[in-house]
Design a protein around this ligand. Structure first.
Ligand code: NAD
Length: 360
């Protein structure tokens, strides 16, 4: 059966189908790996066109979380959940509480957080039924909006790339084109301007454009962003934007941004960037700040200073990926996967139950 084959191929440990017709709940929780720790990943609420599409999405996203946590050096595995429904019309207290009970039934193998279509209020409803939830409001001891920390982490990865490419430690006089000036891109643009960089940016939302322009960002159109002559292109909007059409247009030396799944085809487009001598800072390595932020809620109470200190580690993690790529003559995307897989394999050798002190 294709269903079981898909799960087997990607190597998931558990997949839980959650159904409660009385409250309109249709959801899937996927735990890809718990080798390094509990599978932490957001809960996406989306109007999928089919149940199969929802399953494929949750399997792919949860596997991605395993790699992100491993490469960031966190004691976390990979998990993700999807609720099938319209986030604007179908939300209710009962739906999120029923979903919370399913999370609770996994006893901590899966920990949820916000994602596309869910917010802090939804997490608080889930909290009524289970403690396995992060990203709740600071008033509940949570870490709140992760975007500023994600942007700060992306900045660390971007600076590591600039150092690697130009052998320059700072951003003064460098130029960066930011695609998407939303929660992460807007903060990133601010950090870059503070460090003396020239920032170009684009968005499709007028409010985001006005805010960025007021900070000093030079606005270009969403199509022109690929043609900007700059040192760094920072994708901070949607995925799959590095593809056959866009890569030949780029006039940058580095790609370093926060968007998830930037390469449309992971192998082929990473190789195309290499062939053009464009240094690619792998997305899941440099956008791990948000995950590091929620992880800090599990370390005995959230502390932003500690979260930011850990997020600075993205600089070294990114540099290490570039070193391995050069040493082994592979793409940086392959090097990032190798770093994650080697860490998982090393910890697996320690035998069962090796989550360190987390969740004692
Ligand atoms: P957001 O929705 O706040 O911002 C995205 C912005 O991109 C919006 O302002 C939107 O109008 C704009 N946009 C959409 N299509 C566009 C287009 N074609 N051209 C230009 N702009 C366009 O989302 P966010 O939280 O800032 O996340 C941005 C990216 O970073 C996403 O890919 C997300 O998955 C990824 N990410 C976010 C976090 C986080 O902490 N928020 C963590 C890790 C990864």
């Amino acid at each position: 059966m294709a269903f079981f084959e898909e799960i087997r191929t990607m190597g998931h440990e558990r997949v839980l189908i959650c159904s409660n017709p009385d409250v309109g709940l249709k959801a899937i929780i996927a735990v890809h790996s718990t080798v390094l720790g509990p599978g932490l990943g957001g809960c996406r609420m989306w109007n999928y066109s089919s149940d199969e599409e929802a399953l494929t999405d949750v399997l792919r996203l949860s596997r991605g979380m395993t790699y992100k946590a491993a490469a960031a050096g966190l004691n976390l595995g990979g998990g993700k959940a999807v609720i099938i429904g319209d986030s604007k019309a179908d939300k209710s207290e009962a739906l999120f509480r029923a979903f919370g009970r399913y999370i609770d039934s996994l006893g901590g193998l899966y920990i949820t957080a916000e994602d596309v279509g869910t917010d802090m209020e939804d997490m608080e409803l889930i909290l009524t039924e289970t403690k396995w939830v992060t990203g709740v409001a600071p008033a509940h001891g949570g870490s709140g909006d992760p975007s500023p920390v994600t942007a700060f982490g992306t900045l660390q990865g971007l600076m590591a790339a600039v150092k690697w490419k130009f052998d320059e430690p700072d951003l003064d006089g460098r130029s960066v084109a930011v695609q998407g000036l939303g929660s992460v891109g807007g903060h990133l643009a601010g950090y870059l301007l503070e460090r003396g960089a020239k920032v170009f940016g684009c968005d499709i939302d007028h409010e985001a454009i006005d805010e960025a322009e007021a900070k000093g960002v030079e606005i270009v159109s969403p199509d022109e962003i690929f043609d900007v002559d700059c040192d760094v292109f920072a994708p901070c909007a949607m995925g799959a934007i590095l593809n056959d059409d866009t890569i030949p247009r780029l006039r940058c030396s580095i790609i370093a941004g926060a968007a998830n799944n930037q390469l449309q085809d992971e192998d082929r487009h990473a190789e195309m960037l290499d062939a053009r001598n464009i240094l690619y800072a792998p997305d899941f390595v440099i956008n791990a700040g948000g995950l590091i932020n929620v992880y800090n809620e599990l370390l005995g109470g959230y502390n932003q200073e500690r979260a930011l200190r850990m997020t600075r580690g993205i600089y070294l993690n990114t540099s290490r990926v570039f070193e391995i790529a050069e040493r082994d003559s592979i793409t940086s995307a392959d090097a990032a996967e190798r770093v994650a897989e080697e860490r998982i394999a090393t910890v697996q050798k320690m035998g069962s139950k090796h989550w360190g002190r987390l969740l004692d």
